[in-house]
Structure formats: C-alpha cells, structure tokens
Ligand binder design. Structure first.
Ligand code: AHR
Length: 492
C-alpha cells in the first residue's frame, strides 16, 4: 500500500491551461486528411475542415494550437497559402517525404479551424528562409484592422475582421532544420525579426523565441543573456525516445518489458531536462518573467510498417497514455516556469491524439489523458509526496506511481495517478491535508496490456471507465490503481 500526502492547504503556482497545448505541422497526414479534406470531399466537413475532428477536439477544450511547423515553418512562405485555392502555387515539402504541398490549407484555413475548435492560435514564423519584411506583413495581414495593403488584401480574400493572434514564434529549431545557427547568431536574428513583429488594432502578442534542443543549456544561457525580456517565452524541444537514443526506434504497439520501462524512463527524463534549463533561466531571470515553452514533446518511435517514409505515422498505445500522464505531472511541478507545452502532433503524426483512415477517425489513449486531465486546466498546483515502489527492467528503473493534484477555482480537487507497473495494481491511500471532502468519483484509462490500443475496427477499446474510490474520511481517499493505468479523481 502506498500513502500519498497532498498538501491542500498550501497552494502552489497556477497550472497554465496552455500546458495542454497542441502542435500541427504540414507533415504527413496531420493537416491534409487529418484536418483538411476540402469542401468537395464526401467526408463531412465545414468549409473543408472535418466535422468529426472538430467535434472530438472541442471536447478537449484545446487551449492553444501551434502551426505550421516544425521544420516546415522555416520553408513556408505564407503568401503562397492565401487567395483562391486553385491559383495557389505548389511547393515540395523537402523535410517531410518530399511530397507536393498544394497550399490549400493556409492562414485563413488555419485560423478558421482555430475558431471552430475554440482554441488560441500560435503561429510560427519563418526565420530560416524568410525575411523580416515577410514576417512583418504576415502579422499585419492577420491582425490589423487598418486601411493598409495587408489588411486590404485579407479583406479581398474574404475575411473582413482581423483575427486574434495571441502567440507568435520567431523561427523553429534554428540550431537545426531552421538554419543550423549558433545561439549567438540566432539571438541577434531574433532581436532583428522580433522588432518587426508589430502589434496592431489591440492585438497583444506573446513572443516565443526558438529555444534549446534537449540538454543544450548553452543555447538557453545565450538567449537569456542576449535576448532576455525581449522574448516572453523561450522554447524547448525534448522527445521521448527508446533508450533515449536518436534516431527513433521501437514500435508503438509491439514491445517487451525492457522497452516498456525504457520509454517511460525517457519520458520521466523530461524532469531533469526542465531542471537544467530552469536553473539557467533562474540565474538570469529569478523573477520568472520569461516562460519556458515546451513546444514539442511526446513519443517518437519508428514509423508504422507500411506507412509513408517521412510521414512519422505511429500507433498509440496504453504506454503512450502513461507517457502523457507523467509529462503533465512534471509540467505541473514546474508550473511557475513552464507556461505552455505542445504535444507533437495533433493528428496522424507522432504521439497523436487522433488517427484517421479515410472517413474513419479514432481517439487514441493519449487523447483520453488530455480529456481526463481537464480539471487541472488553470487550477492551483498542490504538492504531493509519496514513497512508491520501483519498476525495473535491464538498466532502466522508474517509480511505479506518478501523482499530481490541483485545486480549481470552484474549490474542487483533481488528483491524477499513473501506475507505471506493467503487471501489478497499486493500493493507494490519499490524504488531502486541509481538505473537507464530501464526494469523490474516479475514472480509469487502461487496457488488457500496455500494448493495447484503439483500431479503426475497435475505436473505443481503450477509453475511460468508472473506477471505485472510497471516501474513507473528510481528507482521506482509498482506491486500487490497476496495472499500467491512468486514474483521474475528482473530489470536493
Ligand atoms: O515534430 C516533428 C519535427 O521534430 C519538427 O518538425 C521539428 O521541429 C522537430 O525536429
């Protein structure tokens, strides 16, 4: 039996809802097929956007969506993606499968999609192959209500009023696919490009600079030193890789015990990665003005057999749900610095929440973790302590239990528990010190095995089910957390 103690009387930082953000790139079947099917498609759609996907995403209360990349962002020229679709030029998507990008999904379609799913837009601009002028005009086009050429062009293309653009990224992975720059060079470029990211017609922009890859703390140090508060957020990319090794390997659904524990250890390593960067950020910015924006995270495994080279299509199993759960718990623990996180990627790519096959769509186990964790959005983080047993396989070792708790504005609590043990249920006693509980309900997400997943023929096999929880006293909950499962408890 494991005892979990939650200090309900000591509020921590607010969990920014944007920690539950997403990322959609012109990559594989994320945009085309996943979101965009076109107005003439037999697949039900509104203005070319799939209605089944809109409905599934609205239920998640998606706070923010990043677009158009990723590596694609630094070769994207936004003017190719506006105006009558049959007149838009095509390009080759050199990063992702070298397929033809016909630009049918551009600025209007993306921002229309954001309005349909009621999410904030986070647009990533092109530094690597673009210009300050191109970036300036894009922001002008999207956000200005004035009588100047860019808003006039937008009106001519059918959108009278400007959109809200709360988040803008100045380049992506400028240390790699975005231009192979040194941090000193990028810091100067950021300062230059950012100068021309203007605010129009009352639109306020939270500016996100390209940040480090994995453990590159030098990048963070240089950015904090040379850019400082000219940025509101500094990004970080860290992917969950088998054995923490690049290139990606392993299967999402076929793995043994050692691969199971290895992948979870890689996910938990996010905590060390965050601590490294936060230490550097704290040195320059102890008052925590600059947010850490984990705008790419998630499992990256070998592509699904038979899928297109460069499309990064992978299935999604119960193990992925555990990966998502521990990430959220880690982000909550650093909620005073981590202000946004965007899982890679929304649909049909990497750790997707939705998979599609023609007209068919399924919600992955990762989708359900987002759904079950909605109670944490905007809530106050509470500290939790426990002494969990460990799970080991080969050189890998992880704690069997991962826990997070928060208190919402209405006084209710959300407690989430992930049992990483592949085989054994865990009996847990939860004490919410300082709470006066009257009710408690719980749901569990699991499957027959950690490999279990949803298919187009059985799309709901892995989905949340009610779980028994005993209110053993005004501060005390008692329950059994099944093997390889994620549990969300709501009480108050
Ligand atoms: O998410 C896939 C790719 O991973 C992105 O395009 C890039 O930013 C990162 O390397």
């Amino acid at each position: 039996m494991t005892q979990i103690r939650i200090d309900a009387a000591k509020p921590g930082p607010t969990i920014n809802p944007n920690i539950y953000g997403h990322f959609s790139e012109h990559l594989g079947r994320c945009i085309y097929e996943g979101i965009w099917v076109g107005e003439d498609s037999p697949i039900p759609n509104v203005r070319g956007i799939r209605t089944d996907v809109v409905e599934a995403l609205r239920a998640l209360k998606l706070p923010v969506l990043r677009w158009p990349g990723g590596c694609f962002a630094d070769e994207y020229h936004w003017k190719d993606g506006i105006g009558p679709r049959d007149q838009r030029p095509s390009m080759m998507n050199t990063h992702w499968g070298r397929v033809v990008e016909n630009n049918h999904f551009g600025t209007h379609e993306f921002l229309d999609f954001c309005e349909m799913i009621d999410t904030d837009a986070y647009v990533c601009g092109n530094v690597g192959s673009g210009s300050p002028q191109e970036m300036m005009e894009w922001v002008d086009y999207m956000t200005s209500d004035g009588a100047s050429p860019m808003p006039e062009l937008r009106r001519k293309n059918g959108r009278e009023k400007p959109w809200k653009l709360p988040y803008f990224g100045v380049g992506n992975e400028s240390w790699g696919c975005g231009g192979n720059m040194r941090p000193e060079f990028y810091a100067d470029l950021y300062r230059q490009f950012n100068t021309f990211v203007k605010e129009y017609s009352g639109n306020r922009i939270y500016r996100i600079a390209c940040g480090a890859n994995t453990n590159d703390v030098k990048w963070t140090d240089v950015m904090m030193e040379r850019v400082g508060r000219r940025m509101h957020g500094l990004s970080l990319h860290y992917y969950t890789l088998l054995n923490q090794k690049w290139p990606p390997s392993g299967s999402a659904t076929e793995f043994g015990n050692e691969e199971y524990v290895s992948l979870l250890a890689s996910a938990l390593h996010m905590d060390e990665i965050l601590k490294m960067h936060i230490e550097v950020m704290d040195k320059h910015d102890p008052e925590k003005h600059v947010g850490l924006i984990v705008d790419e995270w998630g499992t990256w495994q070998a592509k699904e057999p038979g899928s297109h080279e460069g499309f990064l299509y992978q299935q999604n199993a119960v193990r992925d749900a555990l990966v998502a759960a521990v990430h959220f718990h880690i982000f909550h623990n650093h909620a005073d610095r981590v202000k946004m996180a965007n899982i890679a990627q929304l649909i049909n790519v990497l750790q997707a929440v939705i998979l599609t096959d023609g007209a068919r769509m399924l919600r992955t186990p990762t989708y359900w973790v987002f759904e079950m964790y909605k109670g944490h959005h905007g809530a106050t983080a509470l500290s939790a302590s426990l002494n969990a047993p460990t799970v080991e396989a080969g050189p890998w070792k992880v704690p069997a239990l991962s826990v997070s708790a928060s208190k919402a504005a209405d006084g209710t609590y959300t407690v989430t528990v992930a049992n990483l043990d592949p085989a054994a249920a865990q009996a847990v006693e939860i004490y919410l010190d300082g709470a006066e509980l009257k009710t408690a309900t719980a749901r569990v997400l699991s499957g027959a095995s950690p490999q279990d997943h949803n298919t187009f023929d059985a799309p709901d096999r892995v989905s949340p089910k009610p779980l028994a929880v005993t209110l053993a006293g005004a501060k005390h909950l008692s329950l059994s957390v099944p093997a390889h499962s994620v549990v969300a408890i709501h009480c108050g």
